[in-house]
Design a protein around this ligand. Structure first.
Ligand code: IDP
Ligand code: MG
Length: 153
């Protein structure tokens, strides 16, 4: 099973959407294996958004991401990286499909309520960026019997 990183961003924390967002991922059938609230600093944001460091909006993005705590989630499931990105919706939230988290809860390209790893390679770097090994919990989830067919488990 694959693992991926989600950050519930400061706008969602401020707007009281944390429970709803976690619920969407749970209802999809993803397994929550890590969860914590954290306040991000400049160093982690520079690393996390290195691909955007030369963009004019980087400073604004960084200030936004530091403006309140975020909730970090590690989610596990079959092809979880792509499944979580689908549930998340596209970056420009006002154009994101209805039914996705960004499509249903956001209007902004910047304040788009969640971050989700965009590939397996990103997820493999991003999960350890936000979670120590002892903060990831391995456990049996009985629901898997119904979430997946036998040959998918
Ligand atoms: P993603 O979050 O959908 O993977 P990325 O291109 O990796 O999108 O951008 C990371 C984050 O940077 C976005 O989620 C958004 O918060 C912010 N961002 C991306 N493009 C813009 C922009 O054009 N203006 C302002 N903020 C942006
Ligand atoms: Mg991205």
């Amino acid at each position: 099973m694959e693992r991926t990183l989600v950050l519930i961003k400061p706008d969602a924390v401020q707007r009281g959407l944390v429970g709803e967002i976690i619920s969407r991922f749970e209802k999809k059938g993803l397994k929550l294996v890590g969860l914590k609230m954290m306040t991000l600093d400049e160093a982690v944001l520079r690393e996390h958004y290195a691909h955007l460091a030369d963009k004019p909006f980087f400073e604004g993005l960084s200030n936004f991401m530091k403006s309140s705590p975020v909730i970090a989630l590690c989610l596990e499931g079959l092809e979880a990286v792509d499944a979580v990105r689908l549930v998340t919706g596209i970056t420009k939230a006002r154009e994101a499909d209805g039914g996705t988290i960004r499509g249903d809860f956001a209007m902004s390209v910047s304040c788009n309520v969640v971050h989700a790893s965009d590939s397996r390679e990103s997820a493999e770097k991003e999960v350890p960026r936000f979670f120590n090994p002892d903060e990831i919990h391995e456990y049996f989830k009985s629901e898997y019997v119904h979430v997946y067919a036998e040959d998918e488990r």
